[in-house]
Ligand binder design. Structure first.
Ligand SMILES: Nc1ncnc2c1ncn2[C@@H]1O[C@H](COP(=O)(O)OP(=O)(O)O)[C@@H](O)[C@H]1O
Ligand SMILES: [Mg+2]
Length: 286
């Protein structure tokens, strides 16, 4: 179906149910079609939270608890990889965590027009993600240009987050799914989908393209070059880190029962070993 421009633009309400009792809830990002949305909300106590819908009219028949399973597993595995957990919990068809943006001011909103002419209200100057760290940008749209690279001193943390996602088979590694907290720390977010087998295949098809197996889409030439330089610079620390990951006491369970539908500990260990082999085999100096 071709997109039709609505004239005048149509205002679309994407709101959290008022029965949840939040004082203020704004969309965390422009929602994608009918996909359930994510919000930043203020509780009556004043506490700010991130809250993600799992169900909406489009998928009412799905099981919210099941949709949250891999996200909760992924977050609980982070300490084993010595990276910071988000602290996601599942409550009644929502995924909830603290608002890591740590804003001190009230949320400001902004109108966002989609190509079809619909208007959403989203949070203005919302949480920073890796996308915001990409420079240069198109001054008119604010979007990173194709040759943009990431400006940061957190390369090692970013590499660990990307590698963690690859090791556990969390598929949606795109710049907006890596959050920069209000304190400048790097958080891995939005690990909703498990696709370990697919990701293994992609890696097997293109074994030397290290930076490509970490991202969902092929990164630009500039980002690939940057990734290589980061790897070179941090190879020793990454080697130490990867060797120090101890999965011997880790189990993947759902409702208390062991499961392998999100891959196995052995498959995670295999990916770690294969990364260590890749590091040793690369022309990097150790
Ligand atoms: N804990 C959080 N605190 C603050 N902002 C967040 C948090 N989690 C996500 N966000 C922001 O909300 C956006 C959407 O969250 P995400 O989990 O990626 O959901 P979606 O499935 O809608 O993509 C993120 O890109 C980020 O900007
Ligand atoms: Mg996301």
């Amino acid at each position: 179906m071709p997109r039709t421009k609505l004239n005048p633009p149509m205002k679309v309400e994407r709101k959290l149910s008022p029965s949840l009792g939040f004082k203020n809830a704004v969309l965390a990002q422009a929602p994608c079609g009918a996909k359930p949305a994510s919000f930043l909300a203020t509780k009556s106590s004043g506490e700010r939270i991130f809250i993600k819908e799992l169900l909406n009219e489009g998928n009412i028949k799905k099981n919210g608890k099941k949709l949250a399973e891999f996200q909760l597993i992924a977050d609980s595995l982070k300490p084993v990889f010595k990276i910071k957990s988000v602290g996601y919990t599942y409550v009644n068809n929502y995924i909830i965590s603290s608002d890591w943006n740590m804003p001190t001011k009230p949320y400001e909103t902004k109108e966002h027009t989609t190509p079809s002419g619909r208007i959403y209200t989203i949070v203005k100057d919302g949480p920073k993600t890796l996308r915001d760290l990409r420079f240069p940008k198109n001054p008119n749209t604010g979007k990173p240009l194709p040759h943009a690279i990431i400006q940061t001193d957190k390369e090692l943390d970013i590499l660990k987050v990307l590698l963690f996602r690859q090791f556990i088979g969390a598929s949606d590694s795109v710049p907006v799914n890596i959050l920069v907290t209000g304190e400048g720390d790097i958080l891995s977010i939005d690990e909703m989908a498990y696709a370990g087998d697919k990701m293994d295949q992609k890696r097997a098809d293109d074994p030397d393209n290290f930076i490509h197996w970490l991202w969902r889409k092929p990164p630009s030439k500039e980002m690939r070059q940057q990734g290589k330089e980061w790897l070179q610079e941090h190879s020793r620390e990454l080697m130490r880190w990867a060797n120090g990951i101890d999965l011997s006491n880790v189990e993947i369970r759902v409702n208390g029962q062991p499961t392998d539908i999100y891959g196995t500990i052995e498959s995670i260990q295999k990916r770690i070993d294969s990364f260590i082999f890749f590091l040793k085999d690369s022309k990097l100096n150790f």
